[in-house]
Design a protein around this ligand. Structure first.
Ligand code: SAM
Length: 228
């Protein structure tokens, strides 16, 4: 691999490339891409659509509501992108639930592809013969995989060295050690009669660390006991 190229490359396959433009051009993701820390390649599936109208979907065999994405344009789009050994995942509400552990796993590799479904979803042969797995961003149904792809890309990109200014922020944040993050405060020290806890202003770093750990455990116990 060319050492000048970013280690992590993500290929996103979509019928709505314009959906991804703003999120990929601003803030942390925008800066990471501009600095070449990661690479995101967006592929328009419709380029491989059929006929004059570049159709990518058709009615389901056996009847039923809505349209299903045809395998032809999806296979052609992925094959044209040459993913090499990088895995391809279908965004799918029936997939493996995306979480910080999976984000970490993906951030450690050389990159991956994300296939965004639309309409009623994709022809089953895509699931069986084109992708390496399915990823769900939660137990709800989105209109398409693009918002889900952005969730995955952003969560993974934050974990790539150099993307965040302060690497410590990923070491201590929520889910980093199966705990929710401790409460954070900033100026002013007193706001509408509500004070910042004294210990955080004490300058006693050991006491602050102890307090934060206790708070993180208490918060996790009350809000997400399943994590403990
Ligand atoms: N008929 C499908 C079903 O019942 O599972 C839902 C299709 S959904 C309207 C269209 C596309 O949005 C899906 O193919 C998938 O790519 C994406 N999608 C919807 N919800 C998602 C979720 N929770 N996680 C990941 N992708 C999702």
């Amino acid at each position: 691999m060319d050492p000048r190229l970013p280690r992590l490359r993500v290929d996103v396959f979509t019928v709505l490339p314009e959906y991804l433009v703003a999120p990929l051009s601003v803030s942390i993701l925008g800066r990471a891409l501009a600095r070449g820390l990661i690479q995101v390649q967006v592929h328009d599936i419709r380029v491989h659509g059929e006929g004059r109208h570049r159709a990518v979907d058709d009615a389901p065999f056996g009847g039923g509501p809505g349209m299903v994405m045809m395998p032809g344009p999806l296979f052609a789009s992925v094959e044209a992108a040459s993913l090499g050994p990088r895995p391809l995942y279908l965004l799918d509400p029936a997939g493996r639930r995306f979480d910080q552990a999976l984000a970490r796993e993906l951030a450690e590799g050389e990159g991956f592809g994300l296939l965004c479904g639309r309409y009623e979803g994709v022809d089953e042969r895509v699931r069986q013969h084109l992708v390496d797995g399915e990823i769900s961003v939660g137990d709800y149904v989105l209109a398409g995989g693009e918002a889900a792809a952005l969730v995955v890309v952003e969560a993974v990109a934050r974990l790539v060295t150099g993307v965040l200014g302060n690497e410590e922020s990923t070491a201590w944040e929520t889910f980093s050690d199966s705990l929710l993050e401790y409460p954070q405060y900033t100026r002013p020290a007193e706001f509408r009669g509500w004070d910042v806890p004294e210990v955080l202003r004490s300058g006693d770093h050991a006491a602050i660390e102890r307090w934060r750990r206790e708070q993180a455990i208490a918060r996790t116990r009350s809000r997400r006991p399943d994590l403990l």
